[in-house]
Design a protein around this ligand. Structure first.
Ligand code: ADP
Ligand code: MG
Length: 574
């Protein structure tokens, strides 16, 4: 074959980009510099979208959100040393969330290893704690197979983060095109089903439950099991509770959704089916007093090691959620059954939902200024387009916002997640907007941020404006972390010393003009203090399709959640 003697050369950068393209990677987020700039250029030339961000951490959050939203990993491209170290936060967050992600890091020249090379750092080792797979190809020729393995590992089994290290000298090194053998795109993840006897046991436990509950986690959202779950809910008439990111798999407005009676539902259910939700802090470990001591858990998960964590489940269904629900549905089709809609359990849940909704409604209708969280979210909810993607973070902002802001579609809510990471919001919003651009142009992304959360990645507003992304940022501003103080109290405190000694550590600058961060880059900024101003600015932002906007919403600095039956995260209540 004459082509074997071709003189045509190809650079390492092009080999990396081509290998990613073959593995169906569509989005790359990063910060370029030595030695990875050429990789971003090569990726763009092959039609991979490259989004240049302002910090690697936000870039990594963005790439991981693409993985969750699409089921194929996004790539985060970073420079050596500090660039890679900044990305570790994003890798950790992705891995904790079980989201696929591929990070590609440039690294210092191998010939200078241990000599104090520019940005030298043990990168492959550093990434091991934050990933499922971390490796450096031994030559340019080895790049395609390592990239295939990273992409495949990120989506097979329990999804997670993978790292590929590229020594600086590979990027511009030229190799003969014929020496490079590309590896075909990996197959979609193999689908596994649960053992039949376990399916029988599970179906019979559900049939005999007095107070059943389905919990829908973000694993079910990731698995794209919405159709199957909805069929199960409706065929068997079962109450369901979404976890924060499980919201929307079945619409929040569905009559069987008992989110407004969350604590009650968890506390008194006798049989709970977990669809892709771990019994970690988010679900209070599955333990009393938040649950009955005799509650029977049916755990559905793709990861065998997860089964049995914190509680001994009554039965485990190891497999892909979609496939396992089909197995369960078969049982209920063969021998039809439905949970009686007139049961006491439904009555208890409905009463609790009614009283909970009434008490938040009461808070929302308060006319006093500054506004409280509930007032803000009720007004926002009224105008939210049904198909918008809601990104949310911040302590109270996220917790209260979750109860008021509705999701009607799966994978339309992104938040601080399993790791409780603050600073994810803008990266997630940018990723969601990129995916929407290709799939559903015109779709809006609403990013609801606390003022503290916004600060972690605030400069990504420039990224949003540079790409003109259809994102509306709401900064719910209480002048601090959890709580702040008003301007007068701040001044008062400074009479006795300076801010480092006198001002509580939770406080941020009162009445900061975050909206000017947006106007600085040509977007629209609004400062609002009343419900009317909020309504009007949101209306304008939604009409304005050509520009991103930021609405800085001043709320009461000392406002908090309404009282809870169980104090959030207190150990004595575990
Ligand atoms: P949440 O925060 O919503 O409670 P978690 O992140 O704790 O959700 O749990 C998600 C679970 O879903 C993980 O244990 C993960 O292994 C599992 N999972 C992910 N994809 C699938 C799938 N296709 N089938 C079954 N389980 C899955
Ligand atoms: Mg705040």
């Amino acid at each position: 074959d004459r082509s074997d003697y071709s003189e045509e050369q190809v650079s390492g950068a092009t080999v990396i980009a081509q290998a990613l393209k073959i593995q169906d990677v569509k989005y790359m987020f990063g910060v370029v510099g030595i030695p990875v700039t050429e990789i971003a250029i090569a990726a763009q030339q092959l039609g991979i979208r490259y989004v240049g961000m302002r910090n690697e951490q936000a870039a990594c959050y963005a790439a991981s959100a693409v993985g969750y939203l699409t089921g194929r990993p996004g790539v985060c491209l970073v420079v050596s040393g500090p660039g890679l170290v900044h990305a570790l936060g994003g890798m950790a967050n992705a891995n904790m969330n079980c989201w696929p992600l591929v990070v590609i890091g440039g690294s210092s020249e191998r010939s200078q290893e241990t000599m104090g090379a520019f940005q030298e750092f043990p990168q492959v080792e550093a990434c091991r704690l934050y990933s499922k797979f971390s490796a450096q190809p031994s030559s340019i020729e080895a790049i395609p197979s390592i990239i295939e393995k990273a992409v495949r590992s990120s989506i097979y089994g329990r999804p997670g983060a993978c790292y590929v290290d590229i020594p600086a000298e590979f990027v511009n090194l030229e190799a003969n095109v014929n020496s490079i053998k590309y590896v075909e795109c990996c197959l979609p993840p193999p689908v596994s089903m649960a053992e039949m006897s376990a399916v029988f046991t599970a179906a019979s436990l559900i049939r005999n439950a007095k107070q059943p509950l389905l919990i829908i986690g973000k694993g079910a959202a990731y698995a794209q099991a919405e159709e199957e779950i909805r069929k199960l809910v409706e065929r068997c008439k079962l109450p369901f509770l979404p976890t924060p990111m499980g919201k929307g798999v079945v619409p929040d407005s569905h009559p069987n959704c008992v989110a407004a009676a969350r604590s009650k539902a968890l506390q008194f259910a006798d049989v709970i089916v977990l669809f892709g939700a771990r019994l970690n802090w988010i679900l209070h470990f599955g333990l009393p007093p938040r649950y009955r001591p005799d509650v029977k858990f049916i755990q559905v998960d793709i990861c065998a090691e997860e089964l049995g964590n914190n509680v001994k489940p009554a039965v485990t269904l190891l497999g892909d959620i979609k496939a396992v629900i089909r197995q369960l549905l078969e049982q209920f089709i063969k021998a039809p059954w439905q949970y009686p809609p007139e049961s006491n359990w439904w009555k208890t849940l409905r009463e609790k939902m009614k009283s909970n909704k009434a008490s938040s409604q009461e808070l929302a209708s308060k006319k006093s200024l500054p506004m409280n969280y509930y007032t803000v979210f009720y007004h926002v909810q009224e105008q939210l387009p049904r198909d918008c993607i809601v990104v949310s973070e911040g302590a109270n902002t996220m917790d209260i916002g979750r109860t008021v802001l509705q999701n009607y579609l799966p994978r339309h809510r992104l938040d601080a997640g399993t790791f409780g990471t603050m600073g994810v919001g803008l990266g997630f919003a940018i990723a969601a907007a990129m995916v929407a651009k290709d799939r559903n142009p015109g779709q809006r992304v609403i990013c609801v941020e606390g003022d503290s959360a916004f600060g972690f990645s605030g400069m990504e507003v420039e990224t949003i404006c540079r790409y003109n992304l259809p994102i509306i940022l709401l900064v719910v501003n209480n002048n601090g972390i959890y709580q702040g103080v008003d301007r007068d109290s701040w001044k008062e405190m400074l009479k006795f010393g300076d801010a480092t000694t006198m001002v509580p550590p939770m406080c941020l600058l009162p009445n900061a003009h975050y909206e000017q961060v947006m106007t600085a880059f040509g977007g629209k900024g609004y400062l609002v203090q009343t419900p009317e101003e909020l309504q009007e600015s949101l209306k304008q932002s939604l009409m304005e399709t050509a520009k991103p906007s930021l609405i800085n919403i001043i709320i009461e600095p000392q406002g908090a959640r309404k009282s809870q039956d169980f104090h959030w995260l207190t150990r004595s209540n575990m």
